[in-house]
Design a protein around this ligand. Structure first.
Ligand SMILES: [Zn+2]
Length: 321
């Protein structure tokens, strides 16, 4: 049976009347996680309870079907299952199975989840739609646990010399996961104001965080976490040192843009090798790439003999399931 995958302001499966992280309001959409680029006021959305809890009221879908991990849901004649994606609290991959054919949409995904010593499970699928934020070979990140150890040592050294360590992290997801990863080292935290509602939302969504206060001009021996852009509040700290915590650490041009004293290549996305792993584990015979270096990664896959193309570049592309 023929089904289509179409790029139409997001990934669309017209045969199932289902949109995957669409950028415009749709009648029925999957929201893979709570980052702003994915949340719209759809008529009905399927998402995990944690993702719903993390989306601010003003951007929530008007109706929703909450679905836990590994709980199959019928959608017309197909079965939809959400699986953990390792990207942030509530993030999910979507597996669609229909008539003996399966399609996996990864959403934003991370295989090597710090502190767990486990890798995110990736199921078998005939067709794969994979995010390729870091789809170029120079994006190869170090072992996440070793990197966290390095961040902890850097923070400790700064604190010992009465300098405020400032970690530049995205407010939602990265900030909270960073706090949890550093908790075993006994740090206390001061969060820049844009991180505050996100930390509160994380706790509200069922993930308690280590002790923190809102940054108010004095870090008081705490590790400061602030978003990478707009560091006005950080500049008021006096003696401080900044570290960018991001996969972009591997891109010297980009890292320089942030003007950080130090960089750590800890990411909540897959690096190039992890992306290759995702593809291999699915065993997919057809791969579509979305976000970031879509063309580059598709080309790398084709060199390895895998049928792959960038979905966004091929508008109205059809594929047979
Ligand atoms: Zn994301």
């Amino acid at each position: 049976m023929t089904r289509h995958v179409v790029w139409d302001h997001g990934v669309s499966l017209p045969g199932h009347r289902l949109w995957l992280d669409p950028l415009v309001v749709r009648s029925f959409a999957f929201i893979s996680h709570a980052h702003t680029d994915h949340a719209r006021r759809h008529r009905e959305a399927v998402l995990t309870p944690q993702t719903l809890a993390l989306i601010p009221e003003s951007r929530r879908p008007r109706g929703w079907r909450m679905l836990g991990y590994d709980e199959p849901m019928r959608r017309d004649r197909a079965t939809v299952t959400l699986l953990p994606a390792g990207h942030m609290l509530g993030s999910a991959q979507l597996l669609l199975e229909h008539g003996g054919t399966s399609l996996l949409y990864t959403g934003d995904i991370k295989l090597r989840v710090p502190g767990t010593r486990k890798q995110t499970h990736v199921p078998k699928a005939h067709v794969l739609i994979v995010e390729t934020t870091y789809g170029r070979p120079h994006f190869r990140f170090g072992d996440p646990d070793a990197t966290i150890e390095g961040i902890a040592m850097w923070c400790r050294r700064a604190l010992d010399s009465r300098v405020a360590p400032v970690l530049l992290c995205h407010a939602l997801g990265k900030t909270e996961e960073m706090m949890l990863a550093l908790a075993p080292y006994g740090f206390e935290f001061a969060l820049e104001k844009r991180c505050v509602p996100c930390a509160q939302a994380y706790t509200g969504a069922g993930r308690p965080l280590p002790e923190w206060i809102e940054l108010d001009g004095d870090a008081r021996g705490r590790v400061v976490i602030a978003p990478p852009a707009g560091k006005d509040e950080v500049r008021r700290l006096g003696r401080y040192r900044t570290a960018l915590v991001s996969g972009w650490a591997k891109d010297s041009e980009f890292a320089r843009l942030f003007g950080a004293d130090m960089t750590f290549d800890l990411s909540d996305h897959c690096d190039f090798d992890e992306l290759m792993d995702v593809v291999e584990r699915t065993g997919a015979d057809q791969v579509y790439t979305v976000h970031g270096y879509t063309e580059d990664f598709a080309r790398s896959l084709r060199k390895r003999g895998i049928r792959a193309s960038a979905l966004e570049a091929t508008e109205q592309l059809q594929l047979a399931l």
